[in-house]
Design a binder for this molecule. Structure first.
Ligand SMILES: Nc1nc2c(c(=O)[nH]1)N[C@H]1C(S)=C(S)[C@@H](COP(=O)(O)O)O[C@H]1N2
Ligand SMILES: [Mo]
Length: 254
């Protein structure tokens, strides 16, 4: 989404944006401000940082609802030829690459909880034995880069049906081996391009890209794609996410 600024420039708005501390978050908010959000902000007469924060999160929540309404569960994200794959594909996490979590694939178990009928944990071998799908799609990070990569794995909708997840629940949440966490809307969980990625570029996911499994969703921004997934839960209770709790938009559509 594009930011629309009034021609004469609005000092209040500029001030509000300047007060948002992290540059990444600023970039994100600038991208997600809409005309509706703008009028909300300009209607905010206080210069108190707290009330500006509140106005910004109100806009973000408005944005979540608008994005959820506009999300078309059958519309596919663009796919690309292999010649367009970005090499090397960038690494990103809330820590440096030297600190990447190295998960042991043999002892790893995917834990299931919440509104799921069959909550038995899954091994990597079991996931590998499921039908696989491959995609070459673009990953967009709010920190200002995007890259095309190839991921392969189990269509998440297929997995959710297989374990008897309540598909009418609102959210699917993820906990990761590195303390990262996020949650998504059920419509995106069931999207045909949402996969439990086990491979990157035809090889088992290397640790830096989220071994043993990451959720790959080309319809969502990078931070909504959890790496090193350890647990999946289905719930009607909002559970936020690592960056979302720090002000990133929850829906995070791309
Ligand atoms: N477990 C975990 N998943 C994560 C993150 C993280 O720090 N930990 N960072 C997110 C962000 S902001 C991005 S852009 C992508 C980066 O994925 P990549 O290393 O495959 O490029 O992972 C997302 N998923
Ligand atoms: Mo990101």
């Amino acid at each position: 989404m594009k930011m629309i600024l009034p021609n004469d420039g609005d000092l209040m708005l500029k001030d509000a944006i300047a007060r948002v501390a992290q540059p990444s978050r600023r970039a994100f908010l600038q991208r997600s401000l809409t005309l509706g959000g703008l009028s909300l902000l300009t209607g905010c007469s206080s210069s108190d940082p707290d009330s500006i924060e509140q106005a910004l999160s109100a806009i973000s929540r408005l944005n979540d609802r608008a994005q959820a309404m506009l999300f078309d569960p059958t519309r596919l994200a663009p796919t690309y030829p292999a010649s367009m794959i970005t090499r090397p594909f960038p690494f990103n996490a809330y820590y440096e690459e030297e600190e990447v979590r190295v998960v042991d694939g043999e002892s790893w178990r995917l834990e299931l909880s919440g509104l799921i009928a069959n909550r038995a944990p899954w091994t990597l071998a079991q996931l590998r034995a499921m039908p696989q799908q491959s995609q070459i799609t673009r990953h967009i990070c709010v920190e200002g880069w995007s890259a095309i990569g190839q991921w392969g794995g189990v269509p998440f909708a297929h997995f959710l049906r297989r374990v008897g997840a309540d598909l009418s629940a609102r959210y699917v949440g993820f906990k990761c081996a590195d303390d990262y966490f996020t949650s998504i809307d059920m419509a995106t969980a069931l999207h045909p391009q949402t996969i439990m990625a086990l491979t990157y570029d035809g090889q088992p996911l290397p640790p830096r890209y989220g071994f043993p499994m990451k959720l790959r969703m080309p319809t969502k921004l990078g931070y909504k794609n959890p790496k090193h997934v350890q647990a999946v839960f289905v719930t009607n209770t909002y559970s936020g996410g690592y960056w979302e709790d720090q002000g990133y938009n929850w829906f995070g559509g791309s």
